[in-house]
Design a binder for this molecule. Structure first.
Ligand SMILES: [Zn+2]
Length: 111
């Protein structure tokens, strides 16, 4: 039902909707990241770690591509203004998995 309302909300002018709802709508309509057939776009280059940041528009997930080649790094220079598709999924390092690992605490430690 929420999804249906969210889809129908595209028929009314954006000015009728609250900003909060516009953001909520992105979440409602986003695909589930775990099952998403990701479509990555390079959206930024991360200077501090020399990595490309990629974003999946379908599920709204961010991840990164470590160790870009010189050519890939140079190409990412304008990615923030002009995102472009990234096709080599094998080189994507998922933020989500990493974060889950960092937060993982064996139950025995809590006792
Ligand atoms: Zn995705």
């Amino acid at each position: 039902m929420k999804k249906l309302v969210a889809r129908l909300s595209f028929l009314v002018p954006t000015s009728w909707l609250s900003t909060a709802y516009l953001f909520e709508r992105i979440d409602i309509l986003s695909a589930d990241a775990a099952t998403c057939d990701h479509e990555w776009h390079v959206v930024a280059s991360i200077l501090s770690s020399v990595e490309l940041q990629v974003h999946c528009y379908k599920c709204n997930t961010y991840s990164e591509v470590p160790d870009p080649s010189k050519k890939e790094w140079d190409e990412s220079y304008n990615a923030m203004e002009n995102p472009y598709p990234w096709r080599d999924h094998s080189r994507i390092r998922y933020y989500q998995n990493e974060r889950a690992d960092q937060n993982f605490q064996p139950l025995s430690r809590l006792n």
